[in-house]
Write a protein that binds this ligand. Structure first.
Ligand code: AOS
Ligand code: ZN
Ligand code: ZN
Length: 388
């Protein structure tokens, strides 16, 4: 029997990082619908992230993206964040938006371009030293579009070489998390297409290299919770990029398309010890809000992850183990589904009240007037957007 107070005390330790780019304008390759009040600077993105934390109480850090969040003084930016009530989190590198990277970045056949990409990754580690960030997120758009275009195996060698150079540079308390993606922008081969490729590189590198699971980066029907269970068992699950997808890498609100899938993932996280703060698993959102208001969408996403976690914590694991051990297939499934079908909203409202928060975070945000204030105040300048 899992008591509500036990669930609440574990939920108090939860932290979900929000991405700076989710506060900026974004869209598809067809159209970006700009929204009024969108941040124009990294500082304004931090201000918005601080609002999400203020009403949810569980989003205390914001991930930066270099060069989109480039500033002259990162230590000052870290201080700014602290004063706003949040801290700077994962540094996301970008080796996908330069003309030079048409044939790849660290896997490019041209050594000059490989050196340029590596220099950027190393610069990101310098920035981590200034911001105090623990994690460097590596996502490579590298790959090929046509059979024979480049030597698949040589590209793996080049990737391994670059990863080793970054690994060599990171400090004792820093980590690199290597994200994989099945497709896009390359269509024939991606150089890090799946968790197995990321895992194999991370194993070779050592314990400071772990896998980042972006929930939107799999083929339809992939059992993501199995990947989570496996990686946790191997001590190689480093981070999540949470989002939701219907068709491809849609980057929609986490838990929007498949809340049951998010629950199943969070159950394996809990089961595998990934929810213990010492496990070091980073829970981040990686989303874009193209047609919906950004700050409330990010609040909704944080709450969706929190709800899935609460349900995962509610699973009666003793009962589940009993049913599993006795081969009671339906009984075991029922234990899991009982937790999933529990309405955890009253428990979460109670938890927030106990923490001095408004039980209704979205309502609190709407009533704060912040949304109207930024529309009135953020006039002039250039709005931040995915890619700027
Ligand atoms: C790209 O598809 C990956 O999900 C990246 O993690 C991320 O979305 C991109 O680097 C923007 O930060
Ligand atoms: Zn991602
Ligand atoms: Zn993605």
């Amino acid at each position: 029997m899992v008591t509500p107070s036990a669930v609440k005390s574990r939920l108090r330790t939860q932290q979900i990082e929000t991405p700076s780019w989710a506060y900026g304008n974004s869209g598809t390759r067809f159209k970006v619908f700009a929204q009024p009040g969108v941040p124009r600077t990294p500082e304004e993105k931090i201000d918005d992230a601080a609002q999400v934390h203020a009403v949810t109480g569980i989003a205390p850090s914001v991930a930066l993206h270099i060069p989109w969040d480039r500033v002259d003084d990162y230590a000052a930016l870290a201080k700014y964040a602290e004063a706003a009530g949040v801290r700077l989190g994962t540094i996301n590198s970008n080796v996908f938006q330069d003309d030079d990277y048409k044939l790849g970045s660290v896997t490019n056949p041209d050594p000059r371009i490989r050196r340029k990409a590596l220099a950027h990754l190393l610069e990101c580690v310098d920035i981590m030293d200034e911001t105090g960030s623990r994690d460097l997120k590596l996502w490579f758009s590298d790959g090929t579009n046509y059979p024979g275009q480049d030597d698949i195996r040589a590209r793996q060698d080049r990737l391994a070489e670059a990863l080793a150079a970054v690994y060599e540079r990171i400090g004792a308390h820093q980590r690199m998390v290597l994200e994989y993606k099945l497709f896009e922008p390359a269509f024939y081969t991606m150089d890090v297409p799946d968790w197995g490729t990321s895992y194999a590189h991370c194993v070779r590198l050592g314990e400071k290299a772990t896998v980042c699971v972006d929930t939107g980066h799999h083929a339809h029907g992939t059992n993501i919770e199995f990947i989570v269970a496996f990686l946790l068992r191997e001590g190689k699950l480093g981070a999540f990029d949470f989002n939701s997808r219907f068709y491809a890498d849609d980057d929609l609100m986490a838990g929007a398309a498949d809340p049951f899938g998010l629950f199943r993932i969070m159950y394996e996280v809990v089961r595998g010890g990934g929810f213990e703060p010492e496990s070091g698993v980073a829970f981040m959102l990686d989303q874009c809000h193209n047609i919906e208001a950004k700050i409330p969408a990010i609040i909704r996403s944080v709450l969706n992850v929190q709800e899935a976690t609460a349900k995962a914590l509610l699973v009666d694991r003793d009962e589940l183990a009993k049913a599993q051990d006795s081969g009671d297939v339906l009984g075991a499934n029922e234990v899991l589904m009982d937790a999933y079908h529990t309405d955890v909203r009253p428990l979460l409202a109670e938890l927030r009240a106990e923490q001095g928060l408004d039980p209704d975070p979205l309502g609190a945000y709407r009533r704060s007037g912040y949304g109207e204030r930024i529309v009135a105040e953020r006039v002039g300048g250039e709005q931040a957007g995915w890619g700027a």
